[in-house]
Design a protein around this ligand. Structure first.
Ligand SMILES: [Zn+2]
Length: 117
């Protein structure tokens, strides 16, 4: 039974109490309901996923027609933009965003080579 001190009146209360029974002050420290960072890392995650998908697509040996090149290129560019925006806005998941940008950049280079041949 851990006890904590009320933020409002400094009396002891149980650590799971959402509010102080003495003064009614909310005890934020013991109610971690929402995640610490609202700045979601979804852009970094999407960038990473798109990067992986593009790299995987490049390993596909099937013939590339114009539509496939264009589609994969759009995927790669979207992933790259999301990754760059995520890095610029200092969002969490910087490592994922960098990896996403790197993979989409490589994919775009390969796609450029494929479309030129
Ligand atoms: Zn209190």
């Amino acid at each position: 039974m851990a006890m904590v001190y009320c933020r409002g009146c400094a009396r002891q209360l149980h650590e799971t109490a959402p509010t102080c029974p003495q003064c009614g002050a909310p005890q934020h420290a013991v109610s971690p309901t929402k995640p610490a960072s609202d700045d979601s890392s979804w852009m970094a995650v999407v960038s990473l996923i798109l990067g992986i998908l593009c790299v995987l697509a490049l390993f596909d040996d099937s013939d590339w027609d114009a539509d496939a090149l264009l589609g994969t290129g759009l995927f790669a560019m979207t992933g790259m933009l999301l990754g760059i925006v995520s890095i610029c806005q200092k969002k969490p998941g910087n490592g994922m965003a960098i990896a996403g940008v790197a993979m989409t950049a490589i994919s775009l280079l390969c796609l450029t080579g494929l479309s030129a041949s």
